[in-house]
Design a protein around this ligand. Structure first.
Ligand code: GLU
Length: 473
């Protein structure tokens, strides 16, 4: 049978790291098995679901490159189907109307708690029986699923192993609310059945729902899918991952300068392993992924490791790939790359030193934009009168240079040092500040080569003017 998985977020907020990991695992498993991956928006909670959240989830999935083969399906468009099946269960006496008012259920719950018993809905409770017997047809009611009273539900979770829950622990779940809307546990079963989902991979917060859902599958005569419940993700400090841990929305990671492939690599390792390998291309993770290598214990988020991976991906990915994601950051800074060297060459030169695309974008401005002043500290240190002769000498050599290459520029610096009998630093540093505006950059000959002759000449002249002005003061 063809494997089919799904990611089924409730659109009540953005796509967060936990959701993204669940989506990735479902996506990877489908790809690994040459199956299909479905996106389903679980928007039955009309009060909490928003279009904005739907858009944010889709934006996050798109940015990560987690493409779906089917969907997005929306539960709100499937109410007729859910209602048809609820009516069917009613006709088969597998579901029933319950008229017991909420106040009564609350009272009974309190009595149960006071008596030290686990609070649960008890259809045989004399006051509930009484409430139902006294009700008239049109009175407000919910519909409850008639959970089996005997035996137990057993399933083999791919991550957590065999799980067995006695039916005596499960009460009769509401499947249609008083307002006529179907509830999550029912819709999810109908959807997974209709969409022919073979493997349900989701967070462990749903593990208590699974036995209830299995009973509903069985009542509907539907095949029960396999389940894999993933553990929680904890923050750096071992507490539950929350907004306090900084970036939680996937799009925040884009804003903070992460590459999607680095984040995917980080997320796949956050709870799954293949020996002690840390770096996985998408092809590799697809090839190697398996549900039984997902860890049972909670995983702690580690920002340092994510940064390390991001640097690795900036350094080793095809510069064209890096460029396509750097572009967003350049746009934020109004840096127009039409106005300077090939951005791929700049990435090759500067990328190695950067952990994020934000750092990278912050360091490439001088390749594309002219500046009006030099960094004050760098200028104070390196654009002093003593730098005048090195800059003048280098300028003359640069102006007469026939071939514009890193090697030729390297020679310009070496010849300037030789002519003036000074060390490399006395020439290289003033040139660096002149050409980049600051005191830090990759190798200055390579930088000058990419910045281009016209700009290099103009900037050295600007540095000389700066020194002259300083002398005049
Ligand atoms: N809609 C549920 C949630 O966002 C997921 C349900 C499921 O995966 O079965 O938590």
């Amino acid at each position: 049978m063809k494997v089919k998985t799904r990611f089924a977020p409730s659109p009540t907020g953005f796509l967060h790291i936990g959701g993204a990991r669940t989506a990735l695992y479902s996506w990877l498993f489908a790809k690994h098995m040459e199956g299909e991956f479905v996106l389903r928006i679980e928007d039955t909670d009309l009060e909490r679901s928003t279009q904005e959240a739907v858009d944010a989830i889709i934006e996050g999935m798109d940015w990560l490159g987690l493409n779906w083969d089917e969907g997005p399906y929306y539960q709100t468009k499937r109410f007729d189907r859910y209602n048809q099946l609820i009516d069917q269960l009613m006709a088969e006496d597998k579901a029933y109307k319950c008229y017991a008012p909420k106040e009564l259920l609350d009272e009974i719950r309190e009595e149960q708690m006071a008596a030290g018993v686990k609070p649960r809905y008890d259809a045989a409770h004399p006051r509930i029986v009484e409430a139902n017997a006294g009700a008239k047809d049109g009175d407000p009611h919910v519909i409850r699923f008639r959970n089996p009273t005997e035996g137990s539900v057993v399933f083999d979770d791919h991550i957590r192993g065999r799980i067995e829950i006695s039916n005596s622990e499960l009460d009769d779940l509401i499947i249609r609310r008083t307002d006529g809307s179907p509830t999550y546990n029912f819709c999810v079963v109908v959807d997974d059945w209709d969409m022919e989902i073979t493997h349900v991979i989701r967070g462990e917060d749903h593990i208590n729902n699974t036995p209830r859902q299995i009973n509903i599958y069985q009542a509907l005569g539907a095949p029960v899918p396999e389940f894999a419940h993933c553990s929680m993700i904890l923050g750096d400090d071992g507490t539950k991952l929350s907004k306090r841990h900084g970036a939680v929305s996937v799009m925040q990671y884009r804003d903070d300068g992460y590459l999607p492939n680095a984040l995917l690599n980080y997320l796949v390792r956050l709870g799954w392993s293949h020996g002690d390998q840390e770096v996985f291309s998408i092809e590799e993770m697809t090839k190697l992924f398996s549900l039984d290598k997902i860890s049972k214990s909670a995983s702690a988020f580690n920002t340092e490791k994510l940064l390390w991976l991001n640097n690795h991906y900036i350094k080793t990915s095809d510069p064209e790939y890096v460029a396509s994601y750097l572009q967003w950051h350049l746009d934020q800074r109004n840096i127009d790359t039409a106005n300077g060297p090939d951005v791929k060459e700049v990435i090759k030169l500067v990328g190695e030193r950067c952990n994020t695309l934000v750092e990278l974008a912050d360091q490439v401005g001088y390749f594309y934009q002219d500046f009006e002043t030099f960094d004050a500290d760098a200028a104070k240190k390196h654009l002093r009168p003593v730098a005048k002769a090195p800059l003048e000498t280098a300028l003359a050599k640069v102006e007469s240079l026939a071939e514009w290459s890193t090697e030729a520029l390297h020679q310009v610096i070496a010849d300037t040092c030789a002519d003036l009998e000074v060390g490399m630093g006395k020439v290289g540093m003033p040139l660096r500040v002149a050409v980049t505006g600051g005191g830090q950059s990759p190798s200055v000959d390579a930088v000058m080569c990419l910045v281009g002759k016209e700009r290099v000449v103009a900037r050295i002249q600007m540095a000389l003017a700066f020194i002259a002005e300083r002398e005049a003061q």
